[in-house]
Design a protein around this ligand. Structure first.
Ligand code: 6GU
Length: 261
C-alpha cells in the first residue's frame, strides 16, 4: 500500500489542526497518509500579505486573488514534478460530495485542497490548473459555510477512512449508511447494546432470538422504513432493487407499519 499525499492550502492553517488528531492522526502515524498544510499568506509579497480584492463587475464581498494561489500551488507541484495531483476546491457552488466520491478519491495518490474564504477564488485559478490536472469543485451540502476549511476536513476524513488498511475492521465499512460497496444505499438500521432494559426502554425481542434470518429481515425492514421516512430520495433511487418482501415491509399503500411482525 503506497502512502497517499494530501496538501491543504488555507489562510487559516490552524483551523486544520484537528486533522492531526484521532483517526486521521493514526493514519499518519501508520504511514498511510502524508499531510502537509500550507499558509496561503506565505505566498504573498506585499507588506499586508493581501489575498483578496474587490470583484470585477461589482457586487458584495471580496474575491481571492489568483497570484498567491498560483504561487502556492506551483510550489506544491514543484515538490514532485513527476506526479500530478487531483485538486479539490470546496465550494458551496460545487457538485455534491458523496460516499462514491470519497471512495473514488481514496484511490488517488495525491490530493491538493484549495480552501477559499470570502466569496471564493478567482475562477482563473481553477481554469488554469484544470488544464494540467483534474480539478473538482465540490460542496458538502446545501448550506453555506464561511470557508472551505471545515468542508475540506469533512472530505479528508471521509476519504481517509476508506483507504484500505485505515479502519480496524473493514467489515464495518460495508454495512454502514451510504456505502456503495454493497446493495443499495439505505440508511442504517437502529442498533442496541447492553443493558436489555434502560429507563423503561427495551431492546427489540428479535435481537435476542439468535435467529439470524429473522434478525437480518428485521434490520432490513427497519432500514427500509427509516429510509422511507427520512430520505425518500434515497429510497426512490433504490426502488428498482426492492424485493416484494421489501415492499411489504414498507406497507406500499399507506407507508405505515401494517400487520404484526
Ligand atoms: Cl465545500 N464550502 C463552503 N464555504 N460552504 C459550503 C460548502 C463548501 N459546502 C456546503 N457549504
Amino acid at each position: 500500500m503506497t502512502e497517499m499525499r494530501i496538501d491543504v492550502v488555507s489562510i487559516f492553517p490552524s483551523y486544520l489542526a484537528p486533522l492531526g488528531l484521532s483517526l486521521l492522526g493514526r493514519a499518519r502515524a501508520d504511514g498511510l497518509v502524508e499531510l502537509n498544510i500550507h499558509d496561503l499568506r506565505d505566498f504573498t509579497h506585499d507588506r499586508h500579505r493581501t489575498v483578496d480584492d474587490t470583484p470585477y463587475g461589482g457586487g458584495a464581498g471580496m474575491v481571492m486573488m489568483p497570484e498567491p494561489w498560483g504561487a502556492a500551488l506551483d510550489h506544491i507541484l514543484a515538490s514532485d514534478p513527476d506526479a500530478t495531483p487531483t485538486m479539490v476546491v470546496p465550494t458551496p457552488s460545487g457538485t455534491r460530495f458523496t460516499q462514491a466520491d470519497a471512495e473514488r478519491l481514496a484511490g488517488r495518490p495525491w490530493l491538493v485542497f484549495g480552501c477559499g474564504r470570502y466569496e471564493g477564488i478567482d475562477q482563473r485559478v481553477i481554469d488554469h490548473y484544470a488544464r494540467r490536472m483534474s480539478v473538482e469543485e465540490v460542496s458538502i451540502g446545501d448550506y453555506v459555510l464561511n470557508g472551505g476549511e471545515v468542508a475540506a476536513m469533512v472530505i479528508i476524513e471521509a476519504v481517509a477512512r476508506v483507504i484500505p488498511g485505515f479502519v480496524g475492521n473493514p467489515e464495518s465499512l460495508s454495512e454502514e449508511s451510504h456505502s456503495t460497496r454493497t446493495g443499495g444505499p439505505l440508511l442504517e438500521y437502529p442498533i442496541y447494546t447492553k443493558p436489555p432494559t434502560w429507563r423503561g426502554l427495551d431492546v427489540p425481542d428479535v435481537l435476542f432470538s439468535g435467529h439470524h434470518a429473522n434478525v437480518s429481515r428485521w434490520r432490513r425492514d427497519e432500514a427500509l422504513r427509516r429510509t422511507a421516512s427520512r430520505r425518500p430520495d434515497l429510497l426512490a433511487a433504490a426502488a428498482g432493487e426492492l424485493s416484494d418482501r421489501d415492499r411489504q415491509a414498507l406497507g406500499e399503500s399507506d407507508h405505515g407499519c401494517t400487520g404484526p411482525r
